[in-house]
Ligand binder design. Structure first.
Ligand SMILES: Nc1ncnc2c1ncn2[C@@H]1O[C@H](COP(=O)(O)OP(=O)(O)OP(=O)(O)O)[C@@H](O)[C@H]1O
Ligand SMILES: C[C@@](O)(CCOP(=O)(O)OP(=O)(O)O)CC(=O)O
Length: 408
């Protein structure tokens, strides 16, 4: 992978670009829009971009005068190109490209071409694992490269899915609310690069990889309409929290980082409960995980692991490398794999699983009944880089005719 120009040819035949883009998991949550059309948030948010070695979207975009219409395939299935958010991203990219056409000789006849888009995620789609963030970041990055647009395009990714703007950067990223009516200052910015905090580890605990009942877009609309708590949160809680969190990241202060992460996740889910009718994203296993983490931290008298939950029951844990063996041992003990979720695949992305003996004291402090099979699997990962261009044509998802490659 390299972050330079893509495998682009002049538009005599087909011009094609392939990119990958990361998932990001917020530690200060975005929930609620002040402008639905432009996807402008009611509060700023802050997230960690995850490594693409474990979780990523991959997208190939191709432009050709031979294509009759714009088309998109997602995870092997052709989808409607008329989806409003897709249209918004395509339209914005073409608008920017038109504006820059006179400065860009390379643009050639690209603007007269239709595009084919093919994308896949290497993890479950629409299951509360931020597939829309990785997916729209990947789409916008690939289209920007195809149309020779340089510079920040996070304001375009934002219009695909709000959280996608944060996946345009690696490491630790904030999404500023902005004040402008056109949303041009509601953009993502990196506050620290991926290697800023090398000891930080991330465990994505997959409780349920199925499609969730209430999508984020609809869920946050109802919250904004019906919850008094969300207004209080946006006006009186998040602004100072965002500052504290930025400082905690810059100082690699895990105690503050962990505490704010858990409190912010809890408040986000409290606003879901305050929604009318209420929205429940956490399930019994999520609650077990919350208890486990608090009792574990209490046992050690400090925060050693911090949980956060998006719009679904899956937990994401932030922790430091030195505590990884113990935390994994706790999950093996309290959420043992069954034959359906076999031991070998239980923890993914960790070459040599270090096991640690748990003290009787610690097991006693946690004091939960083991719940076999309720965690499907765990992905071990860390902070990672921004979207990448893939230059090897073998990794493209479209063939030389601009059609999805046959699966082998
Ligand atoms: N690789 C992709 N390319 C383009 N669009 C994608 C891609 N992956 C997901 N999407 C879009 O995002 C939608 C899923 O978004 P949704 O918000 O429901 O789930 P999620 O992002 O997995 O969860 P959450 O945002 O709550 O963490 C898909 O239905 C599709 O429209
Ligand atoms: C709970 C969240 O993951 C919500 C993400 O919402 P989306 O970005 O998926 O919503 P839309 O802007 O409507 O597409 C919190 C977060 O990522 O900050």
């Amino acid at each position: 992978m390299e972050n330079g120009r893509a495998n682009m040819k002049p538009v005599t035949g087909t011009s094609q670009v392939t990119c990958t883009a990361p998932v990001n998991i917020a530690v200060i949550k975005y929930w609620g829009k002040r402008d639905e059309r432009l996807v402008l948030p009611i509060n700023p948010s802050l997230s960690v971009t995850l490594s693409q070695d474990q979780l990523c979207a991959r997208t190939t975009v191709a432009a050709s005068l031979d294509f009759k219409k714009d088309r998109i395939w997602l995870n092997g299935q052709e989808q409607s190109i008329d989806a409003p958010r897709l249209q918004k991203c395509l339209g914005e990219i073409r608008r920017l490209a038109r504006k820059r056409k006179h400065e860009e000789e390379r643009m050639g006849d690209l603007l007269g071409c239709c595009v084919h888009i093919c994308s896949e995620n290497n993890f479950p789609t629409a299951a509360g694992l931020a597939s829309s963030a990785a997916g729209y970041a990947c789409l916008v990055q690939s289209l920007a490269k195809l149309f020779h647009i340089d510079g920040d395009v996070s304001h375009i990714a934002r219009q695909g899915s709000g959280s996608a703007c944060r996946s345009m950067y690696g490491g630790f990223v904030e999404w500023t609310m902005g004040k402008m009516e056109d949303g041009s200052d509601s953009i993502a910015k990196q506050i620290a690069p991926a290697d800023h905090w090398p000891e930080l580890r991330v465990l994505v605990v997959v409780v349920n990889a199925g499609k969730k009942a209430v999508g984020s877009t609809e869920g946050m609309q109802t919250t904004v309409k019906t919850s008094a708590l969300i207004k209080y949160r946006a006006e009186h809680v998040v602004p100072s929290r965002q500052e504290e969190m930025r400082q905690a990241v810059l100082e690699r202060d895990f105690q503050t980082f962990g505490e704010i992460t858990m409190k912010d996740s809890n408040q986000f889910h409290a606003t879901c409960l305050d929604t009318y009718p209420p929205i429940f994203y956490l399930n019994e296993t999520s609650k077990h995980i919350i208890h486990l983490v608090h009792r574990y931290n209490q046992h050690h008298g400090k925060i050693r692991a911090a949980y956060t939950f998006d719009a679904g029951p899956n937990a994401v844990l932030y922790l430091l490398q030195e505590d990884l063996p113990e935390v994994l041992a706790l999950f093996h003990h309290f959420f043992p794999a069954t034959t359906n979720n076999s031991e070998r695949q239980f923890v993914r992305g960790l070459p040599d699983v270090q096991r640690k003996e748990l003290s009787a004291d610690l097991l006693d402090s946690v004091g939960l009944e083991p719940s076999p099979g309720s965690v499907q699997y765990i992905i071990h990962t860390k902070a990672g880089e921004d979207p990448q261009v893939l230059t090897d044509p073998q990794q493209a998802l479209l063939d030389e005719n601009g059609l999805p490659k046959k699966q082998t």
